[in-house]
Design a protein around this ligand. Structure first.
Ligand SMILES: NC(=O)c1ccc[n+]([C@@H]2O[C@H](COP(=O)([O-])OP(=O)(O)OC[C@H]3O[C@@H](n4cnc5c(N)ncnc54)[C@H](OP(=O)(O)O)[C@@H]3O)[C@@H](O)[C@H]2O)c1
Length: 332
């Protein structure tokens, strides 16, 4: 096999973020250890990839690093019986693009335990349109379901709704029959969000100021929160009795100034979501649910396709909150 293209982040004193991001070529022997060699056909860009490429937050745990926390492709060679050349697979999280060479390259060598066989009914491009963002949205929804938040209990709120996690959460919740309220700071995306199934739009300014009262008027039975900070504090204070909030993000900030009142007086549950390390059975179940519960025309309406070579430009846009929905990166 010849040398192949990869994006590499290296330490560079004096450069912005203390790092240099450049295209390079690698030989297959230079890939990291793993039982399965995958020819990457598609990847995507998540908020975390944007942070890694711009150096705005310390995402990398090993240097140098090929970024890209998600990839989909075809098995080229395998040392394990579970996978054989030609199998279509995907990987999200599992330390890709952080501690192990990731998806922004034509090839990746991976641990077999990280691979998910491409679910029936999803193409590699669909899988990357979903990516870590969509996988996280589904983990949030499964977290709400585990705490008995069902459509009959009342509306479900999604914050950061026009972003990647938010768009997929809106579409899936609406498809499952929830009355979805979508919080966004982008008035120009209202029609987009109602098209995904949102019944009501909440101006994000309503939620983004410091919470004035520990308990506010009860509004939502459940929420998927991609924003954190004051937004999460306000969402907790407005969650109905015995409701639940799945917290997965920090687009506003990592801080959380709240009181115990929503927990001890309204029996609200705060469900934490980490999409990187997920037990295999739960990982497979979330992908099965995504293949079943996410309407493909809605997925298409939230997805833009770009070549992998655009990824450094897109990194800046995603950290500025300028990306709508999801982006598929074509690697070939
Ligand atoms: N826990 C996990 O495993 C996990 C996995 C994936 C993602 N995440 C986190 O989830 C968050 C969303 O990820 P994503 O891929 O969906 O990113 P994204 O596409 O950039 O979406 C983030 C959205 O948050 C909203 N937002 C941005 N800045 C804000 C601010 N200052 N105040 C309030 N809202 C703001 C915007 O939505 P509107 O324009 O609609 O207002 C933006 O589109 C990120 O913090 C990411 O790190 C966590």
């Amino acid at each position: 096999m010849d040398r192949f293209k990869a994006l590499m982040i290296s330490k560079a004193e004096g450069e912005p973020g203390g790092q240099r991001v450049a295209w390079t070529t690698l030989a297959p022997e230079e890939l990291m250890e793993g039982e399965v060699l995958v020819r990457v056909t598609h990847s995507t860009i998540n908020y975390k990839d944007g942070l890694a490429i711009t150096g705005k937050a310390p995402i990398l745990r090993r240097w140098p690093m090929i970024p890209g926390i998600d990839l989909a492709g075809i098995v080229e060679a395998s040392d394990v019986p579970d996978y054989k050349p030609g199998d279509a697979v995907l990987v999200t999280g599992c330390g890709l693009g952080e501690a192990h060479y990731g998806g922004y390259a034509q090839y990746a060598r991976l641990k077999a335990e990280w691979l998910v066989p491409l679910p029936e009914g999803l193409s590699a491009a669909d899988a990357m349109a979903i990516g870590t963002a969509g996988f996280t949205a589904m983990l949030c929804i499964m977290g709400l379901e585990a705490h008995h938040v069902t459509p009959d209990k009342g509306p479900a709120l999604v914050t950061g709704a026009a972003g990647g996690v938010g768009s997929i959460a809106v579409a899936v919740l609406a498809g499952l029959g929830y009355e979805v309220h979508a919080s966004t700071g982008r008035p120009e995306e209202h029609d987009y969000l109602t098209g995904l199934g949102a019944k009501e739009i909440v101006d994000r300014a309503e939620l983004s100021e410091p919470s004035k009262r520990p308990l506010q008027k009860e509004r939502w039975a459940g929420a998927v929160d991609a924003v954190g900070s004051h937004t999460l504090a306000n969402v907790l204070a407005q969650t109905r009795f015995r409701g639940a909030v799945a917290a997965c993000g920090l687009a506003q900030g990592p801080d959380l100034v709240t009181t115990v009142m929503p927990f001890i007086l309204r029996a609200v549950t705060l469900v934490g979501i980490n999409s990187v390390e997920v037990p295999r059975a739960e990982r497979l179940e979330a992908w099965r649910r995504l293949a079943r519960d996410l309407e493909r025309d809605k997925l298409a309406s939230m997805t833009t396709t770009r070549p992998l070579s655009d990824v450094t430009e897109l990194a800046g846009e995603i950290v500025r909150g300028r990306v709508r929905g999801r982006i598929v990166l074509e690697v070939d």
